[in-house]
Design a protein around this ligand. Structure first.
Ligand code: NAD
Ligand code: IPM
Ligand code: MN
Length: 351
């Protein structure tokens, strides 16, 4: 089994190091392929996603990704910015389905930004489309007829892109509580009207799933008011990005939310995928040893589950994380004082 490890920028290497300690403690033999991504790759190779990194990505059974983003690079032309590394991997590798689970760990209800009785009910999965939307449409800047500077980013989805993510949403719902909420802005956007139409058509093959539709503004409100109503939420790239950061604070911290990005490719052991925390490089806390590594450790668990066919090990890692949190070992993001390595130590001790 080969895992490509792309730690990236800021806290990326700090949190990835803890996930690798956990991996090293597991009774499976894997080989690691390291690669540069993001600002660090730009500085070393002149590109945020060097060819040799893509080669390693394609050779691996799965990718463990830290984070990219470096304010020093924000002046660069867009195609050279660190963020292009993750966007490029997602599109080059056809990883269109981004699964972002959000669940309150037992005993952690009081760490949510919501009232504990509301937070305790959270057990949802955001299925975010990852290869389309306003992220990948034509974009640019131009001058209007009046001589004004204008920026534009085209939002679009074709029906095949919607259908495959709708299927991913219905399939996920079937493995959970059987409810799918499709989030869009069909009252205003043509892209969303097509999205809704195709989700309804796809539902014909999933009559056992309870389908509902919600406008994204209402969804943002309902996520705070009564998040327990959601089982699986399927949505586009931009809405999913925003709602998942919001969901993280409903759980307690952005340092707790993992993700799996999957496509169609199967390997010898499972589905090829990229696994990363939903957070970024957190330049404000980078280098201080205080980042929460749980989201990355939980991303490793998702990797074991989906790409390596190691469900039992995935569950063990998740139980070790839950136990560590229940013991009150947590960092500043959750009101505690443990550092990144100390949290890693506690998870290892539990394992
Ligand atoms: P961010 O997620 O990096 O940080 C937002 C806030 O959350 C910060 O205050 C940060 O300190 C905190 N935070 C994030 N992760 C944490 C953790 N593990 N433990 C404790 N606190 C944590 O978002 P941002 O500040 O908007 O972006 C910073 C950079 O990261 C930007 O360059 C952005 O483009 C990039 N980014 C990359 C990814 C990715 O690699 N997939 C995701 C999001 C943002
Ligand atoms: C994420 C990030 C990325 C996104 C950025 C860094 C391109 O916010 O993974 O959630 O918008 O998808
Ligand atoms: Mn994001």
């Amino acid at each position: 089994m080969k895992i490509a490890v792309f730690a990236g920028d800021g806290i990326g290497p700090e949190v990835t190091a803890q996930a690798l300690r956990v991996l090293d403690a597991l009774p499976i033999k894997v080989s690691l392929l390291e690669g540069d991504v993001g600002g660090v790759a730009y500085k070393r190779h002149g590109h945020p996603l060097p060819e040799e990194t893509l080669v390693a990505a394609r050779e691996a059974d799965a990718i463990l990704f830290g984070a990219v983003g470096d304010f020093d690079c924000d002046h660069l032309e867009r195609h050279l910015r660190p963020e292009q590394a993750i966007l490029g991997l997602r599109s080059e590798l056809g990883l269109f389905a981004n699964l972002r689970p959000a669940k309150v760990f037992p005993g952690l209800e009081h760490h949510s930004a919501l009232k504990p009785e509301i937070a305790g009910a959270i057990d949802l999965l955001i299925v975010r489309e990852l290869n389309g939307d306003v992220y990948f449409g034509e974009k640019g800047t131009r001058t209007t007829a009046d001589g004004l500077r204008e920026g534009y980013d085209i939002m679009s989805y074709d029906e095949s892109e919607v259908r495959r993510i709708a299927i991913a949403g219905f399939e996920a719902a079937r493995k959970r509580r059987g409810m799918l909420c499709s989030v869009d802005k069909a009252n205003v956007l043509e892209t969303s009207q097509l999205w809704r139409d195709v989700v309804i058509e796809t539902h014909k093959d999933y009559a056992d799933i309870e389908l509902s539709h919600m406008y994204v503004d209402n969804a943002a409100m309902q996520l705070v008011k009564s998040p327990g109503q959601f089982d699986v939420v399927v949505t586009g790239n931009l809405f999913g990005d925003i709602l998942s950061d919001q969901a993280s604070m409903c759980v307690g911290s952005i340092g707790l939310l993992a993700s799996a990005s999957l496509g169609e490719r199967q390997t010898e052991y499972g589905t090829f995928g990229l696994y990363e925390p939903i957070h970024g490089s957190a330049p404000d806390i980078a280098g201080r040893g205080i980042a929460n590594p749980m989201a990355t450790i939980l991303s490793l668990a998702e990797l074991l589950r989906h790409s390596l066919g190691q469900e039992a090990l995935a569950a063990q890692v998740e139980a070790a994380v839950a136990g560590t949190l229940a013991d009150g070992v947590m960092g500043g993001d959750l009101g505690g004082s443990a550092g990144t390595a100390e949290i890693g130590d506690a998870v290892l001790a539990r394992l």
